[in-house]
Design a protein around this ligand. Structure first.
Ligand code: NAP
Length: 276
C-alpha cells in the first residue's frame, strides 16, 4: 500500500453523503472524504465561492465525485439550494460530515474577555455551531434511518487554550448541540457524534495566534508524544459514520494522541518543548 493510501474496503459501499468544509488538500474534511471514498462511499461536496471551487473540483473528481454545491452556511438561500440539489440527485442520503468553523482573526488572539465583541461572538457561534444544527436538520429530513453525522471540535471547548478564545465557546456549543441532536434523531436510528481532533496544520489552524507553540507543546505533552495525523481523524470518522459505530451517539471522541488525558506532561518532554 502506498504511504498516503487510506485503507480500502466496502464499509461505506452503497452509502451517499455530503462533505462540508474542504478548502484544500490539507483540510481535515479532505482526509475524511478520501477515507470514506476508499471504503466505497459516494460523495458530494460543498464549497464557498469560485476560488474554492477551483481547489475543491479536482479533489472531488479524484474521488469520483461531480457533485459540487456552492454553500455559505450563513446564507439560507445557499443552504436551501444545496439540500434541494441533493434531494433531486439522490432522493435520500446516509451521512453528513460537518467540518466548518470561523472566527475573525481579531477574536483569536490575546485576552478573551477584552477582545471578544458581540459581532465576533455571534458570527463564531453562527458559523461554527449553529451551522451543524441547521445542516443536520436538513440532512436528517432526507436521511435513511441508519444514517450518521459527524462534526469536528477541539479541546478548547473543555479547557482554556491560549488565543482559542471565542472559538472555544463555539465548540462547547457545538458539542452540546451534538448531544441534543443525538437525542432528537436517536429514535430514528440516526447517530450524531463529534470528533475532538488535536492540532493539525490547516488554513483554519493558521488563523489561531501562537500556532507554532501549540504544535510543539502538543507533540511534547500528548501521551503519544506526537502531533495528530489527519488520517487518524479520518479513521475515527469512518468508524462513526459506518455500521462499525452502531450504538455510538452523542459522543465527543478525542483523536489527539491522548493529549486530553494528560494532567501534567513528562518533565523531559516539557523542557524540550520549551527549549526548542
Ligand atoms: P480548513 O481546511 O480551513 O476548513 C475549514 C472550512 O470551513 C473551510 O472549508 C472553510 O471555507 C469553511 N467555512 C468557514 N466559514 C464558512 C461558511 N460561512 N460557510 C461555509 N463554509 C465555511 O480547516 P480544518 O482545520 O480542516 O477545519 C475543519 C474543522 O476541524 C473545523 O471545524 C475546525 O475547527 C476543526 N478542527 C480543526 C483542528 C486543527 O487543528 N486544524 C483541530 C480540531 C478541530 P473557507 O475557506 O471558504 O472559509
Amino acid at each position: 500500500m502506498a504511504e498516503n493510501a487510506f485503507p480500502t474496503g466496502t464499509l461505506m459501499a452503497g452509502k451517499r453523503g455530503l462533505i462540508m468544509g474542504v478548502a484544500n488538500k490539507n483540510s481535515i474534511a479532505w482526509a475524511i472524504a478520501q477515507q470514506l471514498a476508499a471504503q466505497g462511499a459516494e460523495l458530494a461536496f460543498t464549497y464557498q465561492g469560485e476560488n474554492l471551487l477551483r481547489r475543491v473540483k479536482p479533489l472531488a473528481e479524484s474521488v469520483g465525485s461531480d457533485t459540487l454545491l456552492e454553500c455559505d452556511v450563513t446564507d439560507d438561500a445557499t443552504m436551501d439550494s444545496t439540500f434541494a440539489a441533493l434531494k433531486d440527485k439522490w432522493g435520500t442520503m446516509d451521512f453528513l460530515v460537518h467540518a466548518i468553523a470561523f472566527a475573525g482573526k481579531d477574536q483569536l488572539a490575546g485576552s478573551f474577555i477584552d477582545n471578544t465583541t458581540r459581532d465576533g461572538f455571534k458570527s463564531a457561534l453562527d458559523i461554527s455551531a449553529y451551522s451543524f444544527v441547521d445542516a443536520g436538520r436538513r440532512a436528517s429530513q432526507m436521511m435513511n434511518d441508519d444514517g450518521a453525522m459527524v462534526t469536528l471540535t477541539y479541546l478548547g471547548s473543555e479547557r482554556v487554550i491560549p488565543n482559542y478564545n471565542v472559538m472555544g465557546v463555539a465548540k462547547a456549543a457545538l458539542e452540546a448541540s451534538t448531544r441534543y441532536m443525538a437525542a432528537d434523531l436517536g429514535p430514528r436510528g440516526i447517530r450524531v457524534n463529534a470528533i475532538s481532533a488535536g492540532p493539525i496544520k490547516t488554513l483554519a489552524a493558521a488563523g489561531i495566534g501562537s500556532g507554532r507553540h501549540m504544535f510543539r507543546f502538543n507533540k511534547a505533552a500528548s501521551a503519544m508524544q506526537d502531533n495528530t495525523d489527519a488520517k487518524g481523524v479520518a479513521g475515527a470518522a469512518l468508524y462513526l459514520l459506518s455500521d462499525l459505530g452502531a450504538s455510538c451517539t452523542g459522543e465527543t471522541h478525542h483523536v489527539d494522541g491522548g493529549f486530553h488525558a494528560i494532567g501534567m506532561p513528562q518533565e523531559d518532554a516539557l523542557r524540550a518543548s520549551l527549549e526548542s
